[in-house]
Design a protein. Structure first.
Length: 367
């Protein structure tokens, strides 16, 4: 059983539910799941990321790698340092609590650290933490030179939910049935239908297609004059994403550190995610003129960048300091934790290869 929200949170969810009902009424009691996910996560004031509730750490719903400690950021800094040229900037998307930015700034002292953050609550936390050490931007720069970072950002982008049935490809959407939100299907069409038909899956089958992530990657490719985009997230290359045994898709919800599969549980109060199709992102980057610079598991990437050496420098006699670092490394590297399910993709323009993070175990051939 999931814990019941407080009265104030329930009221906020109720307000978002009314907003969703308005869209349903305008659409004949149906909206695509991608639109529902956009409303649930990003609707101004009411959406999960736009609202004021805590999201990260113990009081929130989930923890990202930078929230575990500084080891992830200190290791990532080695790859960023290799990519960054004098006069160039770092641009982080969705900077969470500001933990990654704070550690990277301390390690690298970049000339500019830019943050593009859509959540007002998280931006306020970042500003309080970082002050003048970073600069917040409202939109993507027209031309950017440097390193773009997206750590656990792509998984929160709206996805289209699709089901393959004997009578054809259906788009899964949302309707209100007997006063409750529920799944409802309509025939897929347009770009979504074309993308679904390009996938070889058994029938019946359910999954997601990340058209928004593809468009976002193409946009970044158009704006990146020189440098690289590093995407760290949980996901798979296409042949694993649409594996016959993964026939129920990858949608997952997170509420107070509990993972479950009901995206209609109190809209606006929980995170809704889908795993990343890294092959689709790589193809979108290539279509935008970028080169795939590397693709590896998070564990392999961090080992290549020297995480074990950083841990060895810690004083093992100081248990109070060493034990948390060792526990952090365990979570980051263990296949049973974040080490294998999380991947790192690097794409760029005007960058020499090979990169440090992909010196061993590069899986670019799998994309």
């Amino acid at each position: 059983m999931l814990p019941e929200p407080e009265a104030e949170a329930l009221a906020a969810s109720g307000a978002l539910l009314q907003r969703i009902r308005e869209e349903l009424a305008a659409g004949g009691n149906w909206i695509g799941f991608a639109r529902y996910m956009e409303l649930a996560l990003h609707e101004p004031v009411l959406g999960y990321y736009a609202g004021g509730a805590a999201k990260l750490g113990a009081p929130g719903d989930f923890a990202t790698a930078p929230e575990l400690g500084a080891l992830f950021a200190r290791t990532l800094a080695r790859q960023v340092a290799e990519l960054l040229l004098p006069g160039e900037a770092i641009l982080e998307f969705g900077a969470g609590s500001g933990a990654l930015a704070e550690a990277l700034i301390a390690e690298l002292s970049p000339e500019q650290y830019l943050i593009l953050e859509t959540s007002a609550e998280l931006r306020a936390r970042q500003e309080a933490r970082l002050g003048a050490r970073a600069r917040w931007v409202e939109r993507l720069p027209e031309r950017f030179r440097g390193v773009m970072l997206a750590n656990e950002v792509a998984d929160a982008m709206p996805v289209h939910a699709v089901t393959w049935r004997p009578h054809g490809v259906q788009e899964r959407g949302v309707a209100e049935i007997e006063g409750r939100l529920a799944w409802a299907e309509r025939p897929a069409s347009g770009e979504l239908l074309a993308a679904a038909r390009a996938l070889a899956v058994p029938v019946p089958y359910e999954s997601e297609i990340g058209l928004v992530a593809r468009a976002w990657t193409k946009l970044l490719a158009a704006r990146l004059a020189r440098g690289a985009l590093l995407v760290a997230d949980y996901g798979f290359p296409r042949h694993e994403y649409y594996h016959p045994q993964r026939s129920m898709g990858t949608l997952m919800c997170h509420y107070r550190h509990r993972a479950h599969g009901d995206p209609f549980f109190h809209p606006g109060l929980q995170d809704i995610t889908a795993h990343v199709d890294f092959s689709a992102m790589a193809q979108a980057a290539r279509a935008g003129g970028l080169e795939v610079l590397g693709f590896a598991s998070q564990a392999q990437f961090l080992v290549n960048c020297g995480i074990t050496g950083l841990l060895e420098r810690e004083d093992t006699a100081n248990a109070a300091r060493y034990a948390p670092r060792a526990a952090e490394a365990q979570r980051l590297l263990s296949p049973a934790e974040m080490g294998e399910i999380f991947k790192v993709l690097a794409v760029g323009r005007g960058v020499s290869r090979p990169l440090l993070g992909f010196a061993q175990g590069d899986r670019s051939h799998a994309l």
